[in-house]
Design a protein around this ligand. Structure first.
Ligand SMILES: Cc1cc2nc3c(=O)[nH]c(=O)nc-3n(C[C@H](O)[C@H](O)[C@H](O)COP(=O)(O)OP(=O)(O)OC[C@H]3O[C@@H](n4cnc5c(N)ncnc54)[C@H](O)[C@@H]3O)c2cc1C
Length: 447
């Protein structure tokens, strides 16, 4: 396992590049816009690869926002390589099985949750807590993170790219737009403003302390506070509800996805009404209403949909969109944050291999390496939602199981980028750069 002090490792496939290179050794300057998981991951791996990186982030101070977030084993592999396993593991939930019921409370599947899987751990925990740990780690590496920087404009020339943040012009070799689902960088790449549309679904979310809300005392809800982490799901027509306890059954996360065509912007802080939430589970297993009603407050998160962007990179290939800015995910994929991490890691590797004179080539290679894989991961979100929302009364076992394919969770983004770099370069040099194409839709596989 490498560390920030490590030297050349065989994992770089004999390319002679250090997997952890000396600071600023490539001469490549990168501006990363946004300090979410995408931006932090890109900056951390860029630092490891010897690039000079600055993060410009709009928020003025770091706050532990959000509720539950999932990192699959594919992202877990990256965190472990960075030496973060012990810290992350200590605050994450550890469930042995996922118990999936129908709306009447009949158990349809007890799905084992092996961890580690495909040689790496998964991390499911509080977004704010994990985000703070990653942010602190980036700072501990000496990454220049500037808060209170509102990036309003992006530009590029043949030789450089840059932004205007708080009226100041800043230049670099590459700009990475990691500015989230309501990205401004996206407008530069697309050449027009991309309007989100309603996906037809919304999610009520909550996260709270079980003892404070009396979950452990109520006979209808105490089943979820058994001194260990538990994961219960209920599925019905156009609805699924996931209740997940963590910290040894002391905290509870409720996430219920339901039909909603309201035309409002997506927000992680828009409050929801409990009476509306409870209407969704009228006539369901009474444990659902009992668990949901314990929440002291709710977030009403509208799931918006965007058509896949035709490209994630600017014409001059000095600006790349990563994470939610390029490809927002449905929560049922459980891959939004993981693919954001993979994006950042892959970009840092190809920039290292291409070198300062070939930044535009690296950015194009990055898109080529990432585009189809991300789309396949995105489609899992839609398939799982449809599998649960349209389940037939007789569906059991694999027919309702969360898919855990090896191509997705066994992937090592850093290793893969080193492996495919030469072939991808050759293809672009021989055929010229072509816009990526969407992969064929493959039906979702069971556990
Ligand atoms: C407040 C918040 C709470 C969330 N809670 C959850 C959750 O509970 N569960 C879950 O699964 N996912 C949650 N998410 C989404 C999740 O973090 C992302 O889907 C995923 O991690 C991909 O991250 P990202 O870095 O691409 O985007 P984001 O996490 O959205 O990060 C984008 C960053 O860019 C910054 N930014 C935006 N515009 C500008 C600008 N013009 N200039 C400078 N900086 C800018 C934002 O402040 C933000 O820090 C949340 C996101 C946010 C912002």
């Amino acid at each position: 396992m490498s560390t920030m002090n490590g030297a050349t490792s065989p994992d770089n496939h004999g390319k002679g590049f250090a997997q952890v290179a000396p600071p600023n050794s490539t001469g490549i300057k990168i501006i990363v816009v946004g300090a979410g998981f995408a931006g932090l991951a890109c900056a951390i791996e860029s630092k490891r690869k010897g690039h000079e990186v600055v993060i410009l982030e709009k928020f003025k101070e770091l706050k532990a926002l959000g509720d539950i977030i999932s990192f699959g084993n594919n992202a877990g592999r990256v965190f472990e390589r960075w030496g973060l396993h012990d810290k992350f593991w200590a605050v994450c939930s550890h469930v042995e099985t996922l118990m999936i019921h129908n709306s009447q409370g009949e158990l349809l599947l007890e799905q084992p949750n092996p961890d580690p899987l495909f040689g790496a751990y998964a991390y499911n925990g509080h977004r704010g807590e994990l985000h703070t740990m990653l942010f602190d780690y980036a700072q501990s590496l000496g990454i220049d993170i500037r808060l209170g920087q509102d990036v309003t404009e992006y530009w590029e020339t043949d030789n450089e790219a840059g932004v205007i943040a708080n009226s100041e012009k800043i230049a670099a070799d590459v700009v990475v737009g990691a500015d989230g689902v309501r990205s401004r960088a996206r407008t530069l790449v697309l050449g027009y403003e991309d309007k989100p549309k309603s996906s037809g679904y919304a999610v009520y979310r909550s996260w709270f302390d079980c003892a404070e809300q009396g979950v452990d005392k109520d006979p209808m809800t105490s089943f979820i506070c058994q001194g260990k982490d538990l994961f219960y799901g209920w599925i019905g027509k156009d609805v699924h509800f996931l209740a997940h306890s963590s910290s040894g059954g002391k905290k509870l996360s409720n996430v219920i996805t339901h039909k909603d065509d309201a035309d409002i912007a997506e927000s992680w802080s828009f409050p929801g009404k409990m009476e509306d939430c409870l209407k969704i589970v009228e006539g369901w297993d009474p444990r659902c209403a009992a668990l949901l009603s314990k929440a002291p407050s709710l977030v009403d998160w509208k799931l918006v949909y965007r058509d896949p962007m035709p490209t994630w990179i600017s014409k001059g290939a000095r600006l790349a969109l990563i994470g939610d800015a390029a490809h927002p995910f449905l929560p049922t994929s459980q891959q939004g944050a993981s693919q954001a991490v993979e994006d950042g890691v892959t970009l840092a590797v190809v920039l290292q291999l291409a070198g300062k004179e070939n930044v535009h080539l690296a950015v194009r290679e990055w898109e080529k390496i990432r585009y189809q894989r991300v789309r396949r991961a995105q489609l899992i979100g839609e398939s799982v939602r449809d599998m649960w929302h349209k389940a037939k009364p007789e569906d059991r076992g694999n027919a309702v199981a969360l898919p855990r394919p090896e191509w997705l969770l066994g992937h090592d983004a850093e290793k893969h980028a080193y492996e495919v770099y030469d072939a991808t370069t050759k293809e672009i040099q021989e055929k010229g750069y072509e816009l990526p194409t969407l992969p064929p839709v493959v039906p979702v596989a069971g556990a």
